[in-house]
Ligand binder design. Structure first.
Ligand code: ADE
Length: 240
């Protein structure tokens, strides 16, 4: 069984449509769709937005369904200036950009865990990257001007903040050199999986470039383009 998590219903709808659900388990305000995708047992859930929502949902998923691995797909803002809308970022590690317990612990370090960056599972991440490389944009994606999306692997930052200004993105780049993209859940899911010893991988499609246009770009991408990406990425993660 593989667990599949997205933050918003639009990010998961195409996956839930494509899977065969045997059962819907309602718990703690979430719906866990348990069934099969292709030949593979899966459980899919919308976590809602933010680190607390994501961490509690991931914890329940692990506790109740005991998946052998967890995959998160969704959207992110591009922070590295080389990234374009429609590119895919596979996190090789994740960090909580808003975690700062100085002077008790170094900036970004998770108190009493002793690390700041949470490593994703290399093999599962490679499968997601391969699926992203094979992705052929369908008409609704091409309609947004996305014809040849690129695939990136690197650092993803998460926190309870939507980035919608150049100033905020510049500050993030300065605080975390090398960061590729920003979103609001990945590092929370990563921490839960890390602490439970469950392999995880996180794929994010760039919906906006975390600037003044981010909210408009994000809404358009969410409405028009995220479905085919989510399906392609999840299918890539399944199968041994
Ligand atoms: N997810 C998608 N775009 C984002 C942004 N600009 N900031 C935070 N999370 C995002």
């Amino acid at each position: 069984m593989i667990g599949i998590v997205s933050a918003m219903p639009e990010e998961l709808a195409a996956v839930v449509e494509a899977m065969h659900a045997d059962e819907v388990v309602e718990y703690g305000g979430r719906r866990y769709y348990r069934g099969h995708y292709g030949g593979e047992p899966v459980v899919c859930v919308v976590s809602r937005i933010g680190k607390v929502a994501a961490a509690t949902t991931a914890t329940i998923l692990l506790e109740r369904f005991s998946p052998r691995a967890l995959v998160m797909t969704g959207l992110a803002g591009g922070v590295d200036e080389r990234l374009a809308i429609g590119d895919v970022v596979i996190a090789d590690r994740l960090i909580q950009h808003d975690l700062d317990a100085r002077p008790l612990f170094p900036r970004h370090e998770i108190p009493l865990l002793g690390i700041a960056e949470l490593p994703a599972d290399p093999a599962l991440s490679t499968k997601l990257a391969a699926a992203a490389s094979r992705f052929a944009p369908p008409a609704e994606v091409v309609a947004l001007g996305i014809t040849a999306p690129r695939v990136w692997r690197g650092l993803v930052a998460s926190g309870d903040q939507f980035f919608g200004s150049v100033e905020a993105s510049n500050a993030l780049r300065e605080a975390l050199p090398g960061v590729l993209a920003v979103e609001m859940e990945g590092a929370a899911v990563a921490q839960v999986c890390y602490e439970h010893g469950v392999p995880f991988a996180i794929a994010r499609v760039i919906s906006d470039t975390a600037n003044h246009a981010a909210a408009v770009d994000f809404a358009r991408f969410l409405r028009d383009a995220c479905g085919p990406y989510a399906r392609a990425l999840v299918e890539g993660a399944l199968g041994s």
